[in-house]
Design a protein around this ligand. Structure first.
Ligand SMILES: [Zn+2]
Length: 111
């Protein structure tokens, strides 16, 4: 998340984001134990914009466990997408694997 976007998100959140040990307010690992079921119960809605599948699956499972609706968002090159996930209403993040990509946007290829 770009610093400008991080500041915007922080300004919208009544909770703010927890500070990481390095004191970067926008730097934390969602898989830390402190971001467990009780943490997720503190939200009415979760918006996911993480950069790796393992973390996305982790948040998906916590939202399912707590019954919190999840908006899963991501990008591929210049294209973005977002879709809602609700326990018992929609498929979850792990129900349907994404189709195999045959081409890759140049900005997602590491050099
Ligand atoms: Zn599922």
């Amino acid at each position: 998340m770009a610093p400008t976007h991080a500041r915007l998100v922080l300004s919208l959140s009544p909770f703010g984001l927890p500070a990481c040990p390095r004191r970067h307010r926008r730097c934390s690992n969602i898989k830390e134990a402190r971001f467990g079921v009780e943490y997720f119960r503190g939200f009415d809605l979760v918006i996911n914009a993480l950069d790796n599948v393992a973390a996305r699956k982790h948040v998906n499972r916590l939202c399912l466990a707590t019954g919190r609706p999840l908006v899963e968002a991501g990008t591929a090159g210049y294209l973005g997408q977002a879709y809602p996930i609700r326990k018992g209403v929609t498929e979850c993040f792990e129900c349907t694997p994404p189709p195999a990509q045959k081409t890759f946007p140049i900005c997602t290829i590491r050099r």
